[in-house]
Design a protein around this ligand. Structure first.
Ligand code: GAL
Length: 654
């Protein structure tokens, strides 16, 4: 377990470094991330490397017992490189993103690739055996290389050639007969450039382009990873992901890394337990293991416009919330608010004046606690019986054709997630390629693109006793992003025991459904009229064109059960029905947790650690199992603990 900070020694006079390092140590900080934006300092002229300043900074830090994660600086190539070569990415109107901000590089450009390898080799050769350096962060907050330059157009065509083999096969796969789009030469194939009249591109071309753009970033990173593995095999490699960001396939990006890190700036309503919790769980699910927070909010954020100051205690509560969800290190962004540049108002632990004040004391408190509990927490990890499947391809396919409001990927994930958490169940958010049998219950948002392989994985899971929840718009397309001809949910209809007889894209319009147990709920977004083919009815529509027809069905299949939701309901529907399904699946739950308290387990060898984080500005009474040993916070009285605003309780349960 570690506490850290993102530090930019290059922004400050060297005479200040010693003071910073001492203050860091006194705050319990033992790791810094450095250098990810300092290419112009490390290579001020082409081929002339200068690591002297970084050596001196590392020495100062190391003397205070602080180690470092170094970032490869490829998110901000230096001006001299851009002056010599045009490596600017093009947007969908083919307009270049010029110099002066960041990410102004096409990750496919051979020149960018070459200079990325060169600076990475120079850095890693220099620091492979430095005692202060423990690992690497590749680049900074990678996104899919959604670039529309000529290099990308050529590479995309080559990628398609490898994928389809012949133009005939590509024309057939994409259905280019529509609107007379058959290609007779690879060079005719466009990128999905913005069309003047706002017309959309072929959804099959779009999806392949999204796959290609994502793979481009993965392969860019891989070149850096290979260099680091070769020259510094004893160092770890990570990258700072962005929570619910979805331009690229995070599962693929993480494959080459040792663990995931991510940048946590809580969004939405800060007092809702949901948002950061969901993002932490998504991040843990990417590799199915604990992670780091590489940038944790430590103050007021914003560039030209700024947000509110976190309330006293809120920064510490967020940091513990990260740990509760599986973070093994919390690295705060940033040490001190910068005096210049775009991020002058993105505040650090220290203000511009560099004087340790309230936020420093709050971080120090967290640092002391985390270091004290380190031995207890080391090796513990969340372990859940419920999963929601995550897929970037499904997400992209729904971005390409959103169809109606509310069908968006994360909206669907949120519906299930918030309800499971409200009902006291911990949730993993995982790829369909993980070992599904670990879970008693799996909810699947629209599995819009359904392959034979995915069908087998899901049906095997149910046959062997799992409970599966399917959503509307399952099995609509095949992997080419072409509509399937089987009745929906296409390849899953036998397991689901239903067929979609008709559908009504409700969008913001509403209908009502009634459960067989009598309760009624409002539904919206989408309405499938289900034909029962072996399944039993769980809910019917009560109004409009499908009145009296099944909306939700339950089907025994093998040793398991498939629930088909033909529509999306208000939260109360999920809180009612998912509660029953959790019971049917015999999922263990923490009952009676207030909505703005985040309650989580980490466990190891039969020992469980319970985290209770009050994210609200008011005191909350939280039930606690009997026989607990308090590790942090007050001991429970009569089976409950009163958590003051933004307070944290950590308990060992044997
Ligand atoms: C992050 C980024 C940092 C910094 C921070 C504040 O997304 O990784 O470099 O820019 O936001 O804007």
């Amino acid at each position: 377990m570690r506490v850290g900070v993102d530090y930019y020694p290059e922004h400050w006079e060297e005479s200040r470094w010693q003071i910073d390092a001492r203050l860091m140590r006194e705050a319990g900080i033992s790791v810094v991330r450095l250098a990810e934006f300092s290419w112009c300092k490390m290579e001020p002229e082409e081929g002339k490397y200068d690591f002297g300043w970084l050596d001196r900074a590392l020495e100062v830090l190391y003397k205070e017992g602080i180690q470092a994660v170094l970032g490869t600086p490829t998110a901000t190539p230096p001006a001299w490189l851009h002056q010599r070569y045009d490596i600017y990415p093009r947007d969908a109107r083919r307009y270049p993103l010029g110099f002066g901000t960041r990410l102004q590089r096409c990750l496919n450009h051979p020149v960018m690739r070459r200079y990325s390898r060169l600076i990475t080799e120079a850095m890693v050769s220099h620091y492979a055996n430095h005692p202060a350096v423990i690992g690497w962060q590749t680049d900074n907050e990678f996104e899919a290389n959604l670039c529309y330059c000529d290099v990308c157009a050529d590479l995309f065509r080559q990628w398609l050639q490898r994928k389809y083999g012949s133009l005939e096969a590509l024309n057939k796969a994409w259905g280019t007969v529509f609107w007379s789009q058959e290609y007779s030469s690879w060079s005719q194939i466009p990128l999905p450039w913005v069309a003047r009249c706002g017309q959309s591109h072929n959804p099959s071309l779009w999806l392949d382009y999204r796959r290609f753009a994502s793979e481009s970033t993965v392969s860019f990173q891989r070149e850096q990873v290979e260099i680091i593995r070769r020259l510094a095999p004893h160092h770890f490699i990570t990258h700072n992901f962005m929570g619910l960001h979805d331009s690229m396939d995070y599962f693929a990006l993480a494959e080459d890394l040792d663990f995931v890190s991510w940048d946590n700036y809580p969004k939405g309503n800060w007092e809702e337990a949901g948002h950061a919790a969901l993002a932490h769980d998504v991040m843990r699910g990417i590799k199915g293991k604990n992670f780091w927070v590489m940038e944790e909010q430590s103050g007021i954020t914003g560039w030209e416009h700024v947000g509110r100051r976190p309330a006293p205690g809120q920064i510490r509560a967020w940091a513990w919330q990260a740990v509760a969800h599986g973070a093994d290190a919390v690295v705060f962004f940033r040490w001190r608010s910068c005096l210049y540049g775009t991020e002058q108002y993105w505040h650090g632990i220290l203000n511009h004046d560099g004087v340790p004040r309230r936020r420093y004391r709050e971080v120090s408190r967290f640092g002391e606690e985390m270091n004290r509990l380190s031995a207890e927490l080391d090796g513990t990890t969340p372990n859940h019986q419920v999963a929601i499947l995550n897929s970037y391809e499904q997400n992209w396919a729904l971005q390409i054709q959103p169809q109606v409001n509310g069908l968006r990927w994360w909206d669907q994930v949120r519906r299930y997630y918030h309800s499971f958490r409200r009902l006291g169940a911990g949730v993993d958010i995982v790829s369909i390629e993980t070992d599904l049998k670990r879970y008693r219950l799996i909810a699947v948002p629209s599995w819009y693109i359904l392959t034979e392989r995915d069908t087998h994985r899901l049906t095997d899971y149910v046959r062997e006793g799992g409970i599966l929840i399917l959503s509307p718009r399952t099995g609509v397309k095949d992997e080419r992003n072409v509509c399937r001809t089987e009745p929906l949910p296409s390849l899953l209809r036998e397991a689901a025991g239903v067929e979609v007889d008709d559908y009504d894209p409700l969008g913001d319009a509403q209908n009502r459904i009634r459960l067989s147990t009598g309760e009624e709920f409002t539904v919206s977004v989408w309405a499938d009229a289900l034909l029962l083919k072996g399944a039993e009815e769980v809910a019917v529509y009560t109004h409009s064109i499908f009145a009296g027809e099944p909306a939700i069905a339950r089907h025994r299949y093998g040793k398991g059960v498939v629930y088909t939701f033909g529509t999306y309901g208000e939260p109360a529907l999920y809180n009612t029905l998912l509660g029953r399904i959790l019971d049917e699946a015999r999922v263990e739950r923490l009952a009676g947790i207030p909505a703005d308290v985040d309650a989580c387990w980490r466990e190891k060898d039969g020992t469980r650690i319970l985290f209770l984080i009050n994210l609200s500005g008011e005191e909350r009474a939280v039930p606690v199992p009997s026989e607990v040993t308090p590790l942090l916070g007050a001991p429970p009285q009569q089976g409950a603990v009163n958590l003051p605003p933004y307070e944290v309780g950590i308990y060992r349960v044997r």
